[in-house]
Design a binder for this molecule. Structure first.
Ligand code: SF4
Length: 371
């Protein structure tokens, strides 16, 4: 099978006890695959006492917000006692993700993990992708290969756009919104053709600039602030696992005007942040655009990406105003956003809000792209 992913995919390895944010402490339910569960049962050693068994799926029950198998040194006691081959598949693979299309597969690493964030951000500005072969058998999911080809072509242009230094971050976000709005015109029959046409248009930087000009709208500071306040209101209604994200959200809301007035100065003080935010956008586009092949709409995916970049810019600016900005603090913000928004039901909720909640209307998304 042909596999496609970021050049650094194979460089990923879990940094274990050196990780400041062990994923075994995130409070997630951890699924145990059948073979691993059967092995634990055969041991008759008490491991199964920590695993829920409803007859079909098995999950490790969290204890005080962390995996009960984690030892005092932050290491997995199952690995230490029984060997790495006996942890659940999800523990072995995390934070890698995959998507299958017959004899073609995509692979990447998720931004919920400290080491993965380091890899994505350290390649900011020049994230490359490559192919490799595995001996895995093709899967039998039903999909349209013509649509896949078109979606991947359009995705390549969008990834190029976010690594194109001739456009500002705000222009790139607006271009992504325009792309998303255009996909709303597609029908099931002409989606492949539509993606091909958009790919051609978005390959031309000058044409993209013209489209951004045609998007129009004012850049009134009050309108922008109002849009930011409304979108923050949507975030406030989501559910969060830990305190870090809600506390950042509160801090940003409490002085939204000061923060939105300071984003430019923050960008001047730390110009590398713009490339890093583009890397976050590249991650979102690489990971989620192919979902269109399986029926997902692209507009909410684009809006979700814009929200991610916008929120991180506000968060970075707030850290800077407080004298707490550092590259590690920014990386932590990227990871926390991923954990609480992307790796939770909140993404689905935000995608749904793009159609149902006027606070996430296209005009507000355009306005927050200007921050
Ligand atoms: S967050 Fe990443 S680096 Fe840290 S323990 Fe989990 S997989 Fe390893």
């Amino acid at each position: 099978m042909k596999v496609y992913g970021p050049d650094f995919f194979k460089d990923f390895h879990c940094i274990g006890s050196e990780c400041r944010d062990n994923c075994c402490r995130m409070g997630w339910d951890i699924e145990i695959d059948d073979a691993t569960y059967r092995y634990y049962r055969s041991l008759d050693c008490g491991l199964c006492g920590h695993i829920s068994d409803d007859g079909s799926e098995h999950y490790i029950r969290q204890q005080d917000g962390q995996c009960p198998f984690l030892d005092e040194n932050g290491l997995c006691s199952v690995v230490l006692k029984y060997g790495e081959e006996h942890i659940s598949e999800i523990c072995t693979e995390h934070p890698r993700f995959y998507r299958w299309f017959g004899d073609y597969k995509e692979a990447g690493t998720g931004l919920c993990c400290e080491e993965s964030v380091r890899l994505w951000l350290s390649h900011a500005g020049s994230i490359g992708f490559c192919e490799w072969q595995t001996d895995e058998a093709p899967d039998d999911l039903d999909f349209d290969p013509v649509l896949l080809k078109s979606v991947l072509g359009a995705r390549a242009e969008l990834i190029g756009l976010f690594q194109n230094s001739a456009l500002t971050l705000s222009q790139k976000l607006k271009a992504l919104l325009i792309f998303g709005l255009n996909t709303q015109q597609f029908t099931e029959n002409d989606a492949a053709e539509g993606f091909d046409e958009l790919a051609d248009i978005f390959a031309d930087t000058q044409r993209v600039k013209e489209l951004i000009g045609e998007l129009g709208g004012g850049t009134d500071v009050k309108d922008r602030l109002k849009a930011c306040g409304q979108v923050i209101g949507v975030f406030e209604e989501l559910d969060y696992l830990k305190d870090v994200f809600p506390s950042a959200l509160d801090g940003i809301k409490g002085r939204l005007g000061e923060i939105t007035d300071s984003t430019e100065a923050f960008g001047r003080a730390f110009p590398e942040v713009e490339d890093q935010l583009c890397a976050v956008a590249v991650y979102n586009i690489f990971r989620y655009l192919p979902e269109c092949v399986y029926g997902e709409q692209f507009l909410p995916i684009a809006a979700g990406c814009i929200l991610n970049v916008w929120f991180l810019k506000l968060w970075g600016t707030a850290l800077w105003l407080d004298g707490k900005y550092s590259s590690d603090a920014m990386a932590d913000a990227v990871r926390e956003y991923s954990k609480e928004i992307e790796y939770s039901d909140n993404t689905a909720e935000l995608w749904e809000c793009v159609y149902t909640d006027s606070r996430l209307c296209a005009d507000n998304i355009r306005l927050i792209s200007e921050v």
